[in-house]
Ligand binder design. Structure first.
Ligand SMILES: Cc1cc2nc3c(=O)[nH]c(=O)nc-3n(C[C@H](O)[C@H](O)[C@H](O)COP(=O)(O)OP(=O)(O)OC[C@H]3O[C@@H](n4cnc5c(N)ncnc54)[C@H](O)[C@@H]3O)c2cc1C
Length: 329
């Protein structure tokens, strides 16, 4: 059964790849390993890889997609991706320099900021969430402290509606600037048009978030810094280090019933398949050891899901985006 979190495709067709390369020229790298771009550090290469620095680069990618028929995968900081051992048979795109700014937002808006003293920041999609958390705190703004422990990019965080410590992107997001790979056009979409929900959104693979506008309240640098230290400390105490992608399964009833509790009740902590292990420290984390393959992690995700379903009747939904492989059983 697919839970909609996979991106699939046949092996890279040399003809399609050649068509894409004709458009992309020097921008493209062929057969670039994606493992190092993910926190799992696993998986094979992208048939074509592009680092996009400008909207013009994205326009070329849109054109390459059109002429080749290859799928496009946007890779943020790879903290929610499990790339198949055989890789991704399409065009993988990572946003680079041109998408790393944080500045005051100057977009003309129909709606005034919801509170008179607030500040709206325009944040590039490639900015790392911990950087946004620390930079906004240092500016005397409060509202993004929770993000210090989430190792994703702003673009990935909008798409996933990342969150933690009682908050999420939806709390402060005013709008997001989206590049549409089908039309090659950029548009600003208000929060209400993004379909943000618990750890998900209505954004599709053809919607590339290029920046986000977040509205933050005036705060105290001291208080925000203290909150950030507390969160960092909490994460160290409660979550494992090493190679993982954070929580594997979405909590079935946010705030009431956690996936970790269910996995724990089923006695699955420490369960291993090959080099993949259910963390002893946090049952909703699956760790990849040195010898792990993406297939090990995937098999363990499926195993955990099956055991929990058989024992509780609850079908856990994987939060992890599985790239380049078939449906999850
Ligand atoms: C140790 C650890 C702790 C974590 N803790 C949390 C937590 O507390 N809360 C939480 O919500 N998550 C958590 N995560 C998961 C992860 O950090 C979030 O889901 C994050 O939002 C993913 O961002 P990313 O840039 O890494 O996206 P990626 O993993 O690179 O991609 C995830 C999805 O977003 C898409 N995407 C990426 N960038 C863009 C873009 N610019 N435009 C459009 N689509 C894009 C990708 O195509 C993919 O579908 C944790 C992960 C780790 C490793």
């Amino acid at each position: 059964m697919s839970d909609g979190s996979e991106i699939t495709g046949a092996g890279p067709s040399p003809v399609r790849v050649a068509l894409a390369l004709e458009v992309l020229g020097d921008l493209a790298v062929v057969q670039r390993s994606l493992a190092g771009l993910t926190t799992y550090r696993l998986g094979g290469p992208a048939a074509v890889f592009v680092e996009a620095r400008t909207v013009n680069d994205l326009r070329l990618i849109a054109e390459a997609r059109r002429v080749s028929g290859l799928e496009v995968l946007v890779v943020g900081r790879g903290s929610n991706l499990l790339v198949d051992d055989l890789g991704f048979p399409g065009i993988a795109v990572r946003l680079a320099e041109g998408f790393e700014q944080i500045s005051a937002d100057t977009t003309p808006r129909l709606t005034a900021p919801s509170s008179p003293g607030s500040t709206v920041l325009r944040v590039g999609a490639a900015v790392a969430l911990p950087v946004l958390a620390r930079r906004s705190a240092a500016m005397g703004l409060t509202g993004m402290e929770w993000a210090v422990g989430v190792p994703g990019s702003v673009g990935g965080a909008v798409r996933m509606n990342a969150g933690g410590h009682g908050s999420d992107m939806a709390e402060t997001l005013v709008s997001a600037e989206i590049f549409n790979l089908e039309t090659g056009e950029v548009s600003e979409r208000e929060r209400s048009a993004l379909g943000l929900r618990f750890r998900g959104s209505d954004l599709r693979d053809t919607d590339v978030v290029i920046s986000a506008a977040v509205e933050l309240e005036p705060g105290s640098v001291e208080d925000s810094t203290a909150k950030i230290s507390e969160i960092v400390q909490w994460r160290r105490e409660h979550q494992p280090g090493g190679h993982n992608c954070g929580s594997v399964f979405v909590n079935p009833i946010p705030g009431e019933l956690s996936a970790g509790e269910l996995i724990d009740q089923c006695g699955l902590r420490g369960t291993r398949i090959g080099g993949a292990v259910v963390s002893l420290k946090h049952a909703n984390f699956i760790q990849a050891e040195e010898s792990a393959t993406a297939a090990d992690v995937r098999a363990l995700i499926e195993h955990v899901r099956e055991v929990v379903l058989a024992a509780t009747g609850i079908a856990l939904r994987s939060e992890v985006r599985i790239v380049g492989a078939g449906d999850l059983a």
